[in-house]
Write a protein that binds this ligand. Structure first.
Ligand code: FBP
Length: 563
């Protein structure tokens, strides 16, 4: 880390994250409950996880300790996209291990799961940990998107962990990485390895949540950061009164980020992918809806506005989704051949012969750079949608529609659009107080699960809208959260992604207000995250969490007085 530190960084180093009461006590116990099972696909999952299926829920409570007091060696690895608070998870693991036994040691695997495969790691010392407390980013040990799944990768991990004499490994990642953690745990147990594997729920996308996991870490800080920027743009729009701003936000699949930012800032339009999928809306219908709002606002003398769109949108638009599924199947069988075709035009020509007529037409209607992105897959089989410039695509299509309406004398709207993408800007922000406390607690609790000799669990901290004193920590067997889904054309066990629920309170609140937000200027300006000051300014949970937990005062989630 750079030796130069900002004033805020110096001040934040001194912040002591809060822990749930049970984790603050010297005596910590782990209690196990009844066996668990997944909601669906029980037989398939049991077959794939014979050594770790059906494990009980774990609760961390105060009481006479039944945990390994060491000395122990534990590893930690950061997997996937950055999320604010990752360093605090590591600091929590470290402090918990040292509190249990000063001879316990923590090793950080470098550059993601690839570091476990290659045996690249460094020991984390007091000095290193202290340098990174309450900072954003994953730069302490860096991250990566490698997957430990090939037999040779699993075997390499087994050998490396044995050589290091590692008692436990904490994998900090999203749904795919926690699924991977479960597969590694199963493999290591089958091989009689002593290394236990515990996952930590991370992702700014907010889609790793379920009845046991209330929120993934990083969502709070990232959405507050984007909302600050969107609020600033709303203010600029009402000042300049001449631009339409199209803002794309990260969120690979789920629209939680876009919805949360809409709840915090009240843009004129927010597209929610899950609703678009549910209604089978086509690309043309989306463009007509946006153009209609532009025209109505122009008729009211407002040639400006703000639209928020989740990056995952293309996969939820019925005609584009069908085309991506067809492309995935084609890539499943012909990927090597297609990659070897040099020119883009050759690939496009080959694909148009393989795709159905309708999908071939949709593919041909997209710009070349979007066509290229749709042919890429990351190591988890996902389309790297953050590379599709959806805001530009929508701007072009809406522009065409407005021009055509103008030529027919149907509107006099002036449409001067500007595109923005907010993604990486929010992933490494200094964690909010919420994320700083939550992440430290997750790390502290993960260390207790390792000490309890558990493997194949994801750590959880619940009761998050209460004061941290009342937070409850424990562990959920990953097999309980799995279901079978098609990935790269094969049925694969994965943790079910939590998409926006259309009958959930956050979406219902948005839907009840959006017509008014479309035409009137109801913008809210949240301003930057505050780390010091009154609790109602510094410690507010996200609107999503507040609405989900029924914590909404006067029916308004953001303090503005909306319905
Ligand atoms: P994770 O699911 O790994 O947390 O990553 C989330 C995310 O930030 C998505 O919102 C975005 O689509 C993706 O990462 C970008 O990936 P990359 O960092 O590889 O560009």
């Amino acid at each position: 880390m750079s030796a130069d530190k900002s004033c805020l960084q110096k001040a934040r180093v001194a912040y002591q994250p809060k822990l749930p009461k049970a984790l603050r006590e010297g005596n910590i116990r782990v209690e196990l409950g009844a066996p668990t099972e997944p909601a669906t696909d029980k037989t398939d999952i049991k077959k794939l996880f014979p050594h770790t299926y059906g494990q009980p829920l774990a609760k961390i409570i105060e009481g006479e300790s039944n945990l390994n007091s060491g000395p122990m060696k534990v590893g930690v690895v950061l997997s996937g996209g950055q999320a604010p608070g990752g360093h605090n998870v590591i600091a929590g693991v470290y402090d918990a291990l040292k509190a249990a036994n000063k001879d316990n040691r923590l090793f950080g695997f470098l550059k993601g799961p690839g570091g476990c495969i290659k045996g690249k790691y460094k020991e984390l010392t007091n000095e290193i940990i202290d340098n990174y407390r309450n900072t954003g980013g994953f730069d302490m040990i860096m991250s990566g998107r490698d997957k430990i799944e090939k037999p040779e990768d699993l075997a390499a991990c087994l050998a490396n962990f044995a050589e290091m004499d590692l008692d436990g490994l904490v994998i900090i990642g999203g749904d795919d990485s926690n699924t991977n953690a479960a597969m590694l745990a199963e493999y290591l147990r089958a091989q009689n390895s002593k290394t236990r594997v515990i996952g930590v729920p991370k992702t700014i996308d907010g889609d790793m949540k379920n009845e046991m996991i209330e929120a993934s870490f990083g969502f709070d800080t990232a959405t507050k950061t984007y909302s600050e920027l969107i609020g600033n743009i709303c203010r600029d729009a009402t000042s300049a009164v001449k631009y339409w701003h199209f803002v794309r936000l990260m969120g690979r699949a789920a629209s939680h980020v876009a919805l949360e930012c809409a709840l915090q800032t009240h843009p004129n339009i927010c597209l929610v992918s899950e609703e678009i999928e549910e209604k089978g809306t086509t690309l043309d219908e989306i463009v007509s809806y946006i153009a209609d709002v532009v025209v109505k606002r122009a008729a009211a003398g407002k040639n400006y506005g703000i639209l928020v769109v989740p990056e995952g949108l293309p996969e939820f638009i019925s005609d584009i989704k069908a085309m991506i599924d067809e492309l995935s199947n084609i890539l499943g069988k012909d990927e090597k051949y297609i990659r070897e075709l040099g020119e883009h035009s050759e690939k496009a020509q080959y694909l148009s012969g393989q795709l159905s007529d309708h999908s071939a037409r949709v593919y041909a209607s997209l710009p070349e750079d979007a066509q290229e992105v749709l042919l890429k897959r990351d190591s988890h089989g996902n389309v790297p949608l953050s590379q599709v410039e959806t805001e530009r695509l929508l701007i072009d299509l809406v522009h065409d529609k407005i021009r055509s309406m103008k030529s027919k004398g149907k509107t006099e709207a002036k449409f001067s659009p500007l595109g923005h993408f907010f993604g990486y800007e929010g992933r490494c922000a200094f964690p909010s107080n919420f994320d700083a406390d939550y992440c430290y607690s997750l790390g502290y609790a993960a260390a207790q699960l390792v000490r309890a000799d558990l493997t194949g669990y994801t750590v959880n901290v619940q009761n998050l809208t209460k004061s941290s004193d009342e937070w409850l920590a424990g562990g959920t067997p990953v097999t309980m959260m799995l279901n079978m889904e098609m990935r790269k054309g094969k049925p694969t066990p994965v943790i079910k992604k939590a998409l926006v629920e259309l009958d959930g309170e956050p979406f219902k609140h948005f839907a009840a207000n959006r017509e008014e937000w479309a035409i009137n200027d109801c913008y809210v300006f949240p301003g930057p995250i505050q780390y010091f000051g009154p609790s109602e300014v510094c410690d507010q949970p996200t609107c999503t969490l507040a609405l989900e937990k029924g914590l909404v005062k006067k029916d308004c989630c953001c303090g503005c007085g909306c319905k």
